[in-house]
Structures are given as C-alpha cells and as structure tokens.
Design a protein around this ligand. Sequence first.
Ligand code: CTP
Length: 396
Amino acid sequence: MDQKRILLIVGGGIAAYKALELTRLLRKAGVGVRPILTAAGAQFVTPLSLSALAEDRVYSDLFSLTDEAEMGHIELSRSADLAVVAPTTADLMAKLAHGHASDLASTTLLATDKPVLMAPAMNVRMWEHPATQRNLDQLRRDGVRFVGPEEGAMACGEYGQGRMAEPQAIFDAIMPLLGGAARPLAGKRVIVTAGPTAEPIDPVRLLTNRSSGKQGYAIASALAGLGADVTLVSGPTALPAPAGVRRVPVETAREMLAACEAALPADIAVCVAAVADWRPESAGTGKMKKGSGGPPQLTLVENPDILATLSKDSRRPRLVVGFAAETDDVEAHAAAKLEKKGCDWIVANDVSVEGTMGGDENAIAIVTRGGIERWERMAKGEVARRLAQRIAEELK
Ligand code: CTP
C-alpha cells in the first residue's frame, strides 16, 4: 500500500472527528492521505490535527496563491488513487450531483479522473429528503461509490439513517478500491441467512419477530469483503443489499430453506436469521373476520430447521455456523444447540441485554466442540468483520 494515496475531503458535520481516526487507520496501513478540509469541516476538526495525523499539509482554499504555486487544484485532484469524502454532507452531494465547482472540495471532485467514495453523514430527514435521494441516484449513476450511512442515534437527538459509517467500515470499503484488500475467501461460496421470517396467518396478518437483519447483513458484507461469493437469503428487512452480495429475498421459513438449498453446494453457511419456529397450520385465503365466537384459535405447526437441515445435507458446507439468541444460561444453551443442530460453531448472544435485538451492538461467545471464545461487547459491524476473519482462518 506504500505507493497508494487517498485524497480525503473532510466536510462539515459532527462526524468529522471520525475522519481523524480514518486517517490514522490509512496511515497505519501505509496509505498516503492528502487532506482537503472544507470551511464547514474546519468548524469541527482543526487543520492541525488533520495535518498531524495525515503527515501532510491540509488544503482548504481554492484561491490560495501559495496552494496554486505548490500544487494547482487540478493536479491536486489527480494526485491520488482515490478521492474519499468523509463526512459527505447533503451539500457536497448536491454540488457534485449538479456539477458545481464553487470551492476547493467541489472543484477537486469535478476535476478528478479517479474513483470517488462518499461516506454520507446527515440528519435522517435530510438524508430521506427526495432531493438528497435524487442526488444519490444521480451520483450512483455517475459511478460514485457509497459507504453508509448507517442507522442509529444521531448527535441531533433524532434516530434513523444518516450516521456516518464507522472509520473501520470506510477503511474496509477503501481497500478493495485501492486493490489492496486481502481476499482469503476468494473462490469460496457462502450462504448467509438473515432477518426475521414472516409466516402468514391470513392475507393481512403475520407471525414474525423483532430481528432487524443488521448482524446477518454485516456478516454477509464482511465475508464478501474478504472475497467470498455470498448468497444472502434474507427475510423482510428495511436494509439495503450490501455491495457485492447476491440477495435472495424470502418471507417464510420454508422459502428460506428452499433458497438455501438452491444455493448449495457451498463451502460455508452462516445461519443468522431469526427463523420463526412455528407457523399457522393453514393461512386462510380470505381475511379472518371478528365473529361472535370470540378470538380464533391458531393451530401452529413446526417450521423446518434450516441450520439443522444444512448440517446434515449430503452437500453439507465444510463450516456450518449457527447463532443462538438466548435470554438465560447463554453458553449452556448454545453448547446444547451445537449438538442438537449438528453445526460446527454456535455464536451465542444474550438478547436479554437491552439494545441487542434490533440495536447496533452485540456481545458474543463462539461455542465450538473445542471450547468457548468470549468476545467483548462491540458494534455489530466489528463483530461481523472479526467473525469473517475467524471463518477465513478456520478455512485456511
Ligand atoms: N434456525 C434455523 N431454522 C429454524 C430455527 C432456527 O435455521 N427453524 C437457526 C437460526 O438461524 C440460528 C439457530 O438455528 O442459527 C438457533 O436459533 P434459535 O432461535 O436461537 O434456536 P431455536 O432452534 O429456535 O431454539 P429455541 O427457540 O428453543 O431456543
């Protein structure tokens, strides 16, 4: 990576502090960082901290005689292998989508002949605004790549999509673009199940659960990042398909099983989905009506167990990983599940901890026949990256 260089444009926003950590990660990996700090960005981080971490000077003025004498803005825009905008404000997106060149950042983005990666960060309403979404579509069509934004609590007190991706996730998105990502899982086929399943009671009612799909999606994305050929069999979620992953949307457990079987043979299966254990015996074709006889009695029947079925398939993947969502006796239940399902690892998590189900963090333990590995609490994205690395080591 020593010859690679990034042009890092730091826009305005509370997430600008994360650009410092990103700079540190890039420098540690031997990537050169040439920073451009917008006027708004300079309200949040100082040129001095950016410059110190980047070990380069910070550019910020379009009409600076000194800058132009040293390196003109056109040359600046070409001097890197990739332009990264982190944080990308709604304003920077709008400027590039419409071809404005009103300051150094927008001029450089317009003049560059290198790939551009944007890490948006803004209030959820601003992100969801039709104007921003139009700009996003336009920029994607123009070949701009995006990482994030993620869903979560925001500095402004609101909750939703708009939080900038974590520095490690931006770093992981940068590496393949620089041609420097390690791809230990290249050529390996992986099935990941994620999200809830939804079992119809009648045409308008469902039996489902609180799974958001975040952990499964993050794992699919991390495995793809290591070069794996990933099929993500997903129940209904609000998440966008991760880049480089084949997503097969399903609703019921039976559909999920069929999609997994269709994706065999595979080298690895990671069953993260919160599959409904039961489904109504028969889903009526018409909406159930309130009658005089009181509430209806639902007869439930057991769903197929996807993890157990994949574990005993004649084309069984070499490594089958299950998850166990438990509320008590987490590790003992996980060890029992390992035997019951016939898989190789159970990743156990305690869903009684507030914020785990549907939240952004997870504390897991990997239970194998050889013992238990306990991991400290961390972001789901980080759990995914470490788990993908751990899987790659196992398959070496
Ligand atoms: N699983 C599956 N198919 C099912 C049920 C569960 O593939 N029909 C998988 C999940 O994806 C997860 C693992 O089995 O990897 C354990 O899921 P969990 O809900 O914790 O366990 P259950 O088997 O449902 O057992 P219990 O509800 O009794 O804890």
